[in-house]
Design a protein around this ligand. Structure first.
Ligand code: CU
Length: 190
């Protein structure tokens, strides 16, 4: 009885496995193709192409930014009516961020930084003086291209502006009595 059962079971399993093989033989081929494909497909997009597109735009953006932005650190010299730099240079069209540090320790020496059109230094200084402290000794207008607020001793201020057309532009401090001595030239290059 047992032997017959085992034989019968074995035959059933064999026939079943044969039947399964017949059914699976087409599906096995189907399974092999997709199973081969995913490793190949997943390996390729995951490793190589993904980092490349993400690296390219960020590299282009970061390389474009430094070319357009210029940082300038400017300071006054001790308790003198002078800037520590009398010559500055920026490319035209650049976004210029200038920081002015007032290095003075005497209360009577506030300073500012005013970029003007060539030849208008005296005019701009006089206009600022007429309006006095309420305006920081600067009157915005066509002759004034950029300026910082009036900056007390020991303090800093800053201004961001777009570099104008190529040329030499005077910068002055318009605090009363300063502009004759406290000045420099910003050269805008093509
Ligand atoms: Cu000054």
């Amino acid at each position: 009885m047992r032997n017959q059962f085992i034989v019968a079971t074995t035959l059933f399993i064999m026939s079943a496995s044969v039947g399964c093989n017949d059914d699976k033989s087409p599906s096995k081929d189907n399974n092999r193709e997709p199973s081969k494909a995913p490793p190949t497909a997943s390996a390729a997009p995951a490793s190589t192409p993904a980092p490349t597109p993400s690296a390219a735009p960020s590299a282009a953006a970061s390389s474009a930014a430094p070319a357009q932005t210029v940082e300038i650190q400017l300071a006054s010299v001790a308790n003198m009516m002078a800037y520590d730099k009398t010559k500055l240079s920026v490319p035209t069209g650049a976004s210029v961020h200038l920081t002015l540090k007032n290095s003075a320790t005497l209360d009577v020496l506030p300073h500012n930084w005013v970029l003007v059109k060539p030849g208008t230094e005296a005019k701009v200084a006089a206009a600022g003086l007429a309006k006095a402290q309420a305006t920081g000794y600067v009157v915005p207008g066509d002759d004034v291209l950029a300026y910082t607020p009036l900056t007390p001793p020991g303090k800093s201020s800053d201004v961001t502006f777009t570099a104008p057309a190529p040329g030499d532009y005077p910068y002055i401090c318009t605090y009363p009595g300063h502009y004759i001595m406290m000045k420099g030239v910003l050269t805008v290059t093509p």
